[in-house]
Design a protein around this ligand. Structure first.
Ligand SMILES: C[S@@+](CC[C@H](N)C(=O)[O-])C[C@H]1O[C@@H](n2cnc3c(N)ncnc32)[C@H](O)[C@@H]1O
Length: 206
């Protein structure tokens, strides 16, 4: 279990706040969708959204015809909400309630996507463990898209400390087994009309 925020914390967030009451929410995850489109994945390729929470990304990917989708989150309340939003389409998705640090998979995914979950790992051992899991779980030639608050972004999220990253520091974390192929700085407008600076990095498994 990561030491920064627990299942209880996240279940409580999702049990007490609606989509538009959490800063990270976006109706359409535009940047993620654009970056995924550029990867030209096959519709049967295996994709996992780590810390997918209440994101509409997997909903959108289902609509595009992707058929091998997994959402993992530490919070069952988050996943229940997202399943409910998706209605009957939810049965096409694999739902995993787990701390990412306890999740085991090997050579499984063409794409790992993580927006604003990885940055909650504040213990360097946990960061290393995540990077090793990502390397072991991404098929050769596959990708990981990681998005975190950037060096000019917030220092906390959901009342928890986060680690800010630059493309360079993310490259250092994922140096083993991955090659950085694209970076993008974005500004997210929260549901409260404030801004949050994010960095997105796309790494290829080599
Ligand atoms: C800031 S939200 C981002 C949600 C979503 N990725 C998005 O972009 O809208 C962070 C999410 O990560 C989940 N999370 C936090 N720590 C986690 C962990 N160690 N393992 C799995 N999920 C985690 C939370 O429950 C929450 O849904």
């Amino acid at each position: 279990m990561g030491d920064n925020g627990s299942k209880t914390h996240w279940d409580n967030v999702y049990n007490t706040k609606g989509d538009n009451e959490v800063g990270w929410y976006q109706d359409t995850p535009v940047t993620s969708l654009q970056l995924i489109e550029e990867l030209r994945l096959g519709l049967n390729d295996s994709v996992i959204d780590v810390g997918g929470g209440n994101s509409n990304l997997i909903f959108e990917l289902t609509g595009l015809g992707f058929s091998n989708l997994t959402v993992l989150d530490i919070s069952s309340s988050a996943l229940n909400r997202t399943k409910k939003k998706m209605g009957s389409l939810a049965s096409r998705v694999t739902w995993v309630v787990s701390d990412i640090l306890d999740y085991e998979s090997y050579n499984e995914y063409e794409l790992i996507h993580d927006r604003a979950a990885f940055h909650f790992l504040t213990n360097p051992d946990d960061v290393e463990r995540y990077a090793k899991w990502a390397m072991d779980s991404t098929k050769m030639g596959g990708y990981i898209i990681i998005s975190t608050f950037s060096l000019s972004g917030p220092k906390r999220c959901s009342n928890l400390d986060i680690v800010q990253y630059s493309a360079k520091s993310l490259e250092k974390v994922f140096r083993k087994g991955f090659k950085l192929v694209k970076t993008m700085d974005t500004v997210h407008i929260t549901p409260f009309n404030s801004t949050q600076n994010f960095v997105f990095c796309v790494f290829k498994r080599v």
